[in-house]
Design a protein around this ligand. Structure first.
Ligand code: SF4
Ligand code: SF4
Length: 254
């Protein structure tokens, strides 16, 4: 019954991909960033994705601005959906918390800016994609362009993902993302991005004092993360580089 209601909400919101998995699939995340750390008694993860059109990333002019606007619109839709489904689950007797798409942010013990829960990993364990060498979630139809939202719940839900696609992952010889990254931030063997190096290159946050952020990070990491969330939220951050998304050919030639 609850699954049918979630399916209906996803359909009405034109969410093309979504999945559910047991929360135990992410039990090995770093302490402080495991599902159980965010919701005691958690049983299930729900994750969903919406794509930014491929052509937006390849616009000859105004790409940066159009990506910025497209992503900000999607974050609002994804976050609204997360809280809507969380409320629905609560009305059915479970507990649920949204895991928002971009912000607010946390900081791990190494002083690295992170989301409360690794949403890309969440996308992988819920079966809606596979992590690529660029550290992003890849999908056969939407490439690396899916933006993700989700939630955690104490409800025991059946494992499922829609649509039912088995992703092959990156072609062994492809290194396009690694070679185009101007910051040399991509670690293809680990399927990770050095996030602070990437952000240092690409992020423009005029409302945030970098000096104040660095001082806070040294003495009070939680305050630094909150300061960044307040001053960089959504449209307050501009990314001048999206090359690892724009040029990723995954799913392009079918
Ligand atoms: S966004 Fe740009 S700087 Fe960051 S990892 Fe991708 S290509 Fe590198
Ligand atoms: S550019 Fe190639 S190697 Fe990089 S994520 Fe896309 S398919 Fe994988």
């Amino acid at each position: 019954m609850i699954i049918e209601e979630i399916r209906k909400i996803a359909e009405d919101a034109h969410v093309p991909v979504w999945g559910i998995s047991p929360a135990s699939e992410m039990a090995n995340e770093l302490p402080g960033h495991r599902p159980e750390d965010l919701l005691p008694g958690v049983q299930s993860l729900i994750c969903f994705g919406m794509p930014v059109p491929r052509a937006v990333y390849r616009m000859p002019t105004y790409a940066v601005e159009t990506i910025w606007r497209s992503q900000n619109l999607h974050y609002r839709r994804l976050d609204t959906l997360s809280i809507r489904i969380a409320t629905l689950l609560e009305e059915s007797g479970a507990h649920a918390v949204p895991t928002y798409g971009c912000m607010p942010l946390g900081m791990n013990k190494k002083g690295v800016i992170v989301g409360y829960l690794n949403q890309i990993r969440m996308g992988e364990v819920t079966g809606i994609g596979i992590i690529g060498k660029n550290g992003l979630l890849l999908h056969s139809q939407y490439g690396a362009r899916l933006m993700l939202g989700g939630l955690l719940t104490t409800a025991v839900l059946p494992e499922m993902h829609y649509p039912d696609i088995k992703e092959p992952g990156c072609p062994p010889n492809c290194r396009i993302c690694v070679e185009v990254c101007p910051a040399h931030a991509i670690l293809p063997d680990k399927k990770q991005v050095k996030i602070m190096r990437c952000l240092g290159y690409t992020a423009r946050t005029p409302a945030m004092s970098r000096i104040k952020f660095l001082v806070l990070r040294a003495f009070n990491p939680q305050a630094a993360a909150r300061y960044m969330s307040l001053t960089s939220f959504d449209e307050h951050t501009f990314h001048v580089c999206s090359q690892c998304v724009a040029l990723c050919p995954y799913g392009e030639h079918k």
